[in-house]
Design a protein around this ligand. Structure first.
Ligand code: FE
Length: 142
C-alpha cells in the first residue's frame, strides 16, 4: 500500500503504491506508527476523487466525484485523534488536463501515477476532536 523512509526523528517520506486510495493508505500508515497528531503535505496524480464542500448556512456537506486524470498540485492536512483512531483532515487542490484547478476537502482519491507525502508526527501527543454545534465541524479539542 505504501513505502516509507524515516528522514528525521518524527518526519517520514511516503511513496504510496499506484492505484491505492490515498486516505486509506495514510490511515494505515498512521495506525502502523501510532500517530494521533501530526501534519501532512503531498503531491501526486489521481484519476478518481471525491471532494467535499461544507455549506455553512445549512451545515450540510455536498460531495462531488470527479473521474478524470488530475495532478495533485497540493494536498495539505492534519492528523488528530477521534474515538481512539487516527482522524485525517485533508484538503486538496488538483489540476485538470486544461490546467484549471478544482479543490476542496478530500474524502477519497485513487492514485493513477504516484503520490508522495511528507508526514510529520507530533511525538507523545494526541489531539482530539469535538463536534461544534455552531459550525457543524469536528474542531480541535485541546
Ligand atoms: Fe475540511
Amino acid at each position: 500500500m505504501y513505502q516509507y523512509k524515516r528522514v528525521k526523528d518524527n518526519l517520514y517520506v511516503l511513496s504510496l503504491d499506484n492505484h491505492t486510495e490515498i486516505t486509506e493508505a495514510l490511515k494505515a500508515f498512521c495506525d502502523e506508527k501510532e500517530i494521533l497528531a501530526g501534519s501532512v503535505i503531498g503531491i501526486g496524480a489521481i484519476s478518481e476523487a471525491t471532494f467535499r464542500f461544507l455549506n455553512p448556512a445549512t451545515k450540510a456537506y455536498v460531495d462531488k466525484t470527479f473521474s478524470e486524470q488530475m495532478e495533485i498540485t497540493n494536498l495539505t492536512g492534519n492528523i488528530s485523534e477521534k474515538d481512539g483512531c487516527p482522524y485525517l483532515h485533508l484538503h486538496i487542490t488538483a489540476s485538470r488536463s486544461d490546467y484549471t484547478c478544482i479543490g476542496g476537502h478530500l474524502l477519497t482519491a485513487r492514485i493513477n501515477g504516484a503520490c508522495e507525502l511528507l508526514v510529520e508526527a507530533f511525538p507523545d501527543a494526541a489531539v482530539g476532536r469535538y463536534l461544534d454545534g455552531e459550525t457543524g465541524l469536528n474542531l480541535y479539542k485541546f
